[in-house]
Design a protein around this ligand. Structure first.
Ligand code: VLP
Length: 134
């Protein structure tokens, strides 16, 4: 049985989001707003199909993809840089590689106890987020 990430998740901790945003080239004013946010993720997992909807009072970001199938990602409302993204399983972790202008860009999701973890990577920066079920 594969891991099921489905559910509604609220951010409870956000380590080095600032460093990650600087690496993505997010401007100062946007970073000041973004780091105050407590985003919510709504994840729907149906076989190999996933949707991850990240919502906040400032901006929303919607991602839909099939595991194992490369897709174009526009990062609209984030850094707006297009990349080619591929999400695959690494044991029970869901790993995304985002090939584009920024080196070493990607993220990993996994479950730990009742918590959803997300590691966001860009260049030499790693942001670690933890979410709890709403
Ligand atoms: C941009 C960087 C904050 C900061 C400005 C806007 C959307 C895995 C993956 C699915 C992400 C989240 C990326 C967050 C990058 C912020 C607006 C915050 C709310 O999630 O779950 O897309 O990549």
């Amino acid at each position: 049985m594969p891991v099921d990430f489905s559910g509604t998740w609220n951010l409870v901790s956000n380590d080095n989001f600032e460093g990650y945003m600087v690496a993505l080239g997010i401007d100062f004013a946007t970073r000041k707003i973004a780091k105050m946010l407590k985003p919510q993720k709504v994840i729907k997992q149906d076989g190999d199909m996933l949707s991850i909807h990240t919502t906040s009072t400032f901006r929303d970001y919607m991602l839909q993809f099939k595991i194992g199938e490369e897709f174009e990602e526009d990062n609209k409302g984030l850094d707006n840089r297009k990349c080619k993204s591929l999400v695959t399983w690494d044991n029970d972790k869901l790993v995304c590689v985002q090939i584009g202008e920024k080196k070493n860009r990607g993220w990993t999701h996994w479950l730990e106890g009742d918590d959803l973890h997300l590691e966001l990577r860009c260049e030499n920066q790693v942001c670690r987020q933890v979410f709890k079920r709403a």
